[in-house]
Design a protein around this ligand. Structure first.
Ligand code: ADP
Ligand code: PHD
Length: 460
């Protein structure tokens, strides 16, 4: 069947100032020029810094001065609109102010209210873009993500119910045909009708969800970098563009911190083998300059395609002389923690210890649950929070001799102690846990030894 849709996502970094809106309009035109006769679905994040500003206003609600933050957001968007306001634009700001008043009356921030409040950053920007690019015979139409994207209802960090969402969209596909749609990213609505957020950076996830649900030809994410790089350019000196990577590789990298792609974004596309392109917002649109993420699991000369990192890790350690020998201990610990609704990022075990790697925000819950686990074989439970994780990702890496040796030796040369490693838990990645204070030096050293001064001009 012919694929009729293309999904394009523009993030906060694409809306830094007034001129950016013209750039976004130009980029949409460039894509239209390359892919004629497709219906475009444009997913829009809040303008640069807006979500953080709204968060700040919400959590400092007792300070009346935070009202000026809302005024500032209003003025920015109004200027983009050349001072042409209308009833819908005003109603979005009225709702924000109303929600802030409710928080003041309640004297606390309920999770459901936080999600609805923050979703306004995207709603305002999507409407602003619509009005900015609209002309007399405009084929652009605004769609409310809350009408189409159905979530599991978890506030702050919900998962999309993909099949339900696809069913809903396909049952009304005529409303998507024949027009270009503009959709605010970052949120959906639960079956109960609550607005719920898809986690920070969640507009990427909105885009891939719509890609899956519309059976799109491809999804494009426009970023302030030249594509998916061999390392975060904020840390590595001269990272390479990865030309192509597999869904597994991109999934691992985003799960372990690569901020260029939200951690849930791959799953919807993997299900239907829809390619994802990570493209630079700068320069003329050219598919060959984007990173292509697809089923293609090829092994490159460097094997490692990219390195990601996170310092959002806490290590909870269960110690006991026989832990590795006794069956069922890990099962008991992980099932109790799962019942408590806490996600374990991954586990490293040895004969005498079980180490759970969790997000820092989950630490207090894990420790509370750990207290209730009364197993004779556990002698001691402790935790560490000043750690960081580095993930090296690439197909073929685990079969190639010398990569681990190179990494350990370069870290040793820099006087850095590797506290834990994990390899072999999947085909594509290798993890290290180090001290947080050593993170930047380690990343630069590993990147330099694996990629820099090499002959390839790009990877993948
Ligand atoms: N491997 C990587 N490749 C490219 N960018 C990365 C990588 N790891 C982290 N990043 C960070 O991700 C950011 C790219 O996302 P950005 O354009 O800000 O997205 P958005 O606006 O969609 O949130 C960059 O600023 C970069 O520092
Ligand atoms: N605005 C939200 C959602 C989002 O996806 O933003 P961005 O595309 O700018 O990362 C956030 O800041 O988390």
């Amino acid at each position: 069947m012919e694929k009729r849709f293309l999904v394009l996502k523009f993030g906060g970094s694409n809306f830094k100032d007034f001129e950016c809106y013209s750039e976004v309009k130009r980029k949409i035109g460039e894509v239209e020029e390359v892919f004629k006769d497709k219906h475009l679905v444009i997913v829009v994040s809040a303008a640069f810094g807006t979500t953080d500003k709204l968060l700040h206003a919400l959590y400092n609600f007792r300070d009346q001065k935070v009202d000026s933050i809302i005024d500032e957001i209003y003025e920015f968007h109004l200027q983009v609109l050349n001072n042409r306001t209308d009833g819908y634009f005003e109603s979005l700001f009225e709702r924000i102010r109303e929600l802030l008043t409710v928080v003041r009356i309640l004297n606390k921030v309920p999770p459901f209210l936080k999600d609805e409040f923050l979703s306004h950053g995207e709603q305002i920007n999507a409407y602003t873009l619509l009005k900015f690019i609209e002309d007399e015979d405009s084929r652009f139409e605004l769609k409310d993500a809350g009408e189409w994207i159905i979530t599991d209802g978890k506030f702050g960090n919900s998962t999309v119910l993909l099949e339900k969402t696809k069913e809903k969209i396909q049952s009304e596909i005529n409303r998507w045909n024949g027009v270009h749609s503009i959709v605010p990213g970052f949120y959906g609505r639960s079956v109960e009708g609550d607005v719920t957020l898809l986690g920070r950076g969640g507009s990427d996830y909105t885009a891939t969800t719509l890609g899956y649900s519309l059976d799109a030809e491809a999804v494009f994410l426009f970023k302030d970098v030249n594509g998916f790089l061999s390392c975060d350019p904020k840390v590595a000196e001269s990272p390479y563009i990865v030309k192509s990577m597999s869904y597994d590789e991109a999934d691992e990298l985003s799960y372990f911190g690569a901020k260029v792609l939200q951690y849930n974004s791959i799953e919807p596309l993997r299900k239907s083998s829809i390619p994802l392109y990570v493209c630079s917002f700068d320069g003329v649109f050219d598919l060959n300059r984007c990173t292509r993420i697809s089923d293609d699991k090829h092994v490159t000369e460097s094997c490692v395609k990219s390195i990601s990192y996170t310092d959002d890790v806490a290590v909870v350690q269960f110690k006991g002389r026989n832990l590795g020998r006794v069956p069922g201990v890990l099962g008991e610990i992980s099932s109790k923690i799962a019942h408590g609704g806490v996600n374990i990022k991954f586990v490293i075990t040895s004969q005498t210890s079980i180490n759970l790697i969790v997000s820092k925000s989950a630490l207090s819950d894990v420790l509370r649950i750990a207290e209730t686990i009364r197993l004779d074989d556990i002698d001691e439970i402790s935790y560490k929070i000043d750690k960081a994780l580095i993930a090296l990702v690439g197909h073929g890496m685990l079969d190639k001799h010398g990569i681990a040796a190179k990494v350990f030796s370069v870290l040793a040369d820099n006087g850095i102690n590797v506290e834990m490693i994990s390899a072999g838990s999947n085909e594509v990645s290798f993890y290290l846990i180090i001290d947080r204070k050593d993170l930047e030096v380690s990343l630069r050293a590993i990147h330099r030894s694996l990629f820099e001064n090499r002959v390839f001009s790009n990877i993948g």
